[in-house]
Design a protein around this ligand. Structure first.
Ligand SMILES: NC(=O)c1ccc[n+]([C@@H]2O[C@H](COP(=O)([O-])OP(=O)(O)OC[C@H]3O[C@@H](n4cnc5c(N)ncnc54)[C@H](OP(=O)(O)O)[C@@H]3O)[C@@H](O)[C@H]2O)c1
Length: 416
């Protein structure tokens, strides 16, 4: 079968997406080898950490047909020893004449190393074919590699008038069964789920992915004063490890009791407004190989993350209910909101999907104008902190579809 390079790259992208979470903490990568006559000679994808990289497997499959041919690979081949030898060596040994790369390695420490090595050895190299799709495939991994924090997705169920909960804090259940099934899928694809203190205390959530065979995410809560009861649902067996972020002044006896109940406790610095330092929390999670984080409320936590421009995608399940009044729990904090329509946040690349009677609205929140009088971030912290910047200094584009698939992937100089 004859293929153009574009067709070969599209095929490599489809292959790359096959293992979904299994490559964690590595990125997903696919490769296709074309013979010197443009015939499909071999193809493969990276399956899991420690196993050979996609291009090595594809070259093996192509065997002698790779000589003088073209290798199309979704991510720049590595030029360093990790758990496996450098892919550039395998490519040179196979005698490939041309390498077409979807996207450069985003890690500034190694970016360009693989392509440079191949060019020096006389291989023709092109970079950037279907680049946007290649970026979307591993958008969470790119965020962690470039920004040292997880990819943050915010999920909430809201009424038509925008409430997260009633005036008494009752939120069970705003959305329908089908929406809640989709939430389980989102949880199963996340490495960790995070909630604020009041959500922890009001809802007593389990934060488990209740799907057969699902990998359980870390269960994480902000709990500055360690008010989490020792019998809380997030401490019960059947879920991922439990991590509580506490302030340094939290009572030692509470800490002992919660540790005994199975929680890991990490102390965080507080901001000038006495709140836990969220960028520090995210950095701590990234250090623990949390690549994708699902934030599940409440409104105060949403607001703080939005103000800090730390939300990469929002999933809002809008249920056909109206609570009315002015005293419910708002989606994005109780501080004053936007004064003009041109202010606040808009979702870019918005998508709508129905789950039973609910609509899921998802997109990338983008700040427009001022966010409201009360919404000024802590002094000393730039709202640009944590903004996503690609290796060329540009902002990473709208991730679109890939976020729905939210692959698990990991950090590292490319992958090991
Ligand atoms: N419909 C839904 O999808 C949904 C989802 C989740 C929750 N909810 C509902 O929302 C309500 C809770 O929301 P909420 O807005 O009141 O509270 P929240 O966001 O759950 O928790 C806010 C609290 O977290 C603590 N915190 C510490 N550092 C923080 C920081 N940097 N940023 C933000 N918070 C920080 C503070 O606790 P201290 O004040 O102790 O310092 C703060 O008051 C509940 O009624 C729950 O049922 C609904």
């Amino acid at each position: 079968m004859k293929l153009s390079c574009r067709q070969a790259m599209a095929r490599a992208l489809r292959l790359a997406a096959r293992p979904q979470g299994a490559t964690h903490p590595n990125p997903m990568v696919g490769a296709v080898v074309l013979s010197s006559h443009g015939e499909l000679a071999g193809e493969a994808y990276h399956r899991r950490p420690g196993e050979p990289h996609a291009e090595v497997l594809a070259l093996r499959a192509a065997s002698g047909m790779a000589r003088g041919g073209t290798l199309c690979v979704t991510l720049e081949p590595c030029n360093h020893h990790g758990r496996t030898p450098p892919c550039t060596e395998a490519i040179l040994a196979a005698g490939v004449a041309r390498v077409v790369v979807g996207m450069r390695d985003p890690n500034p420490a190694v970016a360009g190393g693989g392509t440079e090595r191949l060019r020096r050895a006389g291989v023709e190299v092109e970079v950037g074919l279907l680049e946007e799709q290649c970026r979307q495939l591993n958008e969470d991994w790119i965020v962690r590699v470039t920004l040292g924090r997880p990819y943050v997705a915010l999920k909430a169920a809201v009424t038509l008038d925008g409430w997260l909960a009633t005036s008494r804090g009752d939120a069970r259940w705003i959305s329908g069964e089908q929406s809640r099934g989709q939430v389980m899928r989102l949880r199963s694809r996340a490495d960790a789920v995070l909630v604020g203190t009041r959500t922890l205390l009001a809802d007593d959530p389990r934060l488990t992915a209740r799907l057969r065979g699902a990998r359980q995410p870390w269960r994480v809560a902000l709990d500055p004063q360690l008010r989490c009861p020792v019998g809380a649902a997030i401490l019960q067996p059947g879920g991922g490890p439990t991590l509580l972020f506490a302030a340094s002044g939290a009572a030692p006896e509470r800490e002992r009791a919660l540790r005994q109940a199975g929680a890991e406790i990490v102390h965080l610095p507080c901001t000038a407004r006495g709140r836990l330092d969220l960028p520090a929390a995210l950095a701590e999670l990234a250090r623990r190989e949390v690549v994708s984080l699902l934030v599940e409320g409440g409104g105060e936590l949403h607001r703080e993350l939005l103000e800090l421009e730390l939300v990469d995608r929002a999933y809002l399940f809008v249920a056909p209910r109206i609570f009315g009044g002015v005293d419910g729990v708002p989606l994005a904090g109780r501080q004053p909101g936007a004064r003009r329509v041109a202010e606040g946040w808009v979702l870019s690349g918005v998508r709508w999907r129905c789950f039973g009677e609910d609509a899921l609205v998802s997109g990338v929140p983008v700040r427009r104008g001022g966010g409201g009088e009360g919404g000024v971030p802590d002094p000393g912290r730039s709202p640009q902190e944590g903004k996503r910047v690609d290796s060329d200094g540009g902002q990473i584009g709208d991730p679109g579809v890939a976020a729905e698939q939210s692959p698990r992937s990991g950090q590292g100089g490319r992958y090991s």
